[in-house]
Design a protein around this ligand. Structure first.
Ligand code: CP
Length: 300
């Protein structure tokens, strides 16, 4: 697949030097958030599907860069309610010449095709079940900011891998940065033909891992098969299960969290829990990405 210019649609659009440069920009912005200004430019933030962390962090990042956001937050109040298609909506907003288009949408949209049509920088802010590259990048940045050496890092992803767009982006990013990934959870939560490292028992997975990431269980898809109680008992993280785990381990979750299912509220008290830190790094990562894509530095 040939890469569109100035777009991040999947992690495979990056390589090690580009990723490293992105992380360095994000770390710089964390020290001087207002150090670059793109005043008089606009950023189209088009969220056709619900979002809290990604949408607000792109808004915060755009604001720190002096970019004016053109925000679409669901169909309400737009001509989508009158039957206009998502593609036509994007093409019309692109005709207003924003400096960058950030988009969250479902699998039915072909982002590569859309980027070719609008011919402007595009950033994927969560694409159906296919990819969520900025989430994987901010998770990795959280590891880096906590002093982790990617070459020694073993990330255990617990839960609903089958329906996660985050994990697909992590598998691509792990190839670039060199961390290992294993998966833990009910066998039925694995993607078809999964060939990677798998632990059916949480305790075994924890003893292998240096970092863990719990995923939201999408009960609407598994409902009858897995009760909340049995999933929580076998795979849910709580302080008791983490008591004897590595003192320097990292606990992450991309959010939103189903508290009392994949993770208990008490885990937030544990200093190893980095869930809100992930959100903070997400704003700097997205600021770095916007700045770099507008300067044509990182993604090309
Ligand atoms: N992790 C993530 O994408 O969260 P939101 O859906 O709230 O943006």
């Amino acid at each position: 697949m040939s890469y569109p210019s100035s777009a991040l649609i999947e992690i495979s659009n990056l390589d090690f030097p580009k990723t490293e440069s992105l992380f360095l920009s994000a770390l710089e912005f964390s020290k001087k958030p207002g150090s670059l200004n793109f005043a008089a430019k606009t950023a189209a933030l088009l969220f056709f599907e619900p979002s809290t962390r990604t949408r607000f962090s792109f808004e915060a990042a755009a604001g720190r860069l002096g970019l004016h956001p053109l925000l679409l937050d669901g169909a309400a109040g737009t001509s989508l309610e009158k039957g206009e298609s998502i593609e036509d909506t994007v093409l019309n907003i692109a005709a207003m010449e924003p400096a960058v288009v950030v988009i969250r949408c479902g699998d039915e949209i072909d982002l590569y095709d859309l980027q070719k049509k609008i011919k402007m920088p595009m950033l994927n802010a969560g694409w159906g079940k296919k990819a969520h590259p900025t989430q994987a990048l901010l998770d990795a940045l959280t590891m880096k900011a906590n002093g982790r050496d990617f070459k020694k890092e073993k990330l255990l992803v617990i839960g609903d891998v089958k329906h996660s767009r985050v994990i697909g982006s992590h598998f691509q990013l792990a190839k670039i940065l060199g961390y290992e990934i294993a998966v833990c959870g009910p066998k039925e939560f694995l993607p078809e033909g999964f060939q990677g490292t798998y632990f059916s028992q949480l305790a075994e997975g924890l003893s292998w891992a240096t970092s863990v990431m719990a995923l939201r269980v999408q009960h609407e898809r598994h409902g009858e098969k897995y009760s909340v109680a049995s999933y929580r008992e076998q795979y849910g993280l709580n302080l008791q299960k983490l008591k004897s785990w590595k003192s320097d381990g990292l606990v992450m979750h991309p959010g939103p969290v189903n508290y009392g299912v994949e993770l208990d509220l008490d885990v937030n008290q544990d200093p190893r829990c980095k869930i809100l830190e992930q959100v903070k790094w997400g704003t700097y990562l997205r600021q770095a990405l916007l700045a770099n894509v507008l300067s044509q530095k990182v993604v090309s």
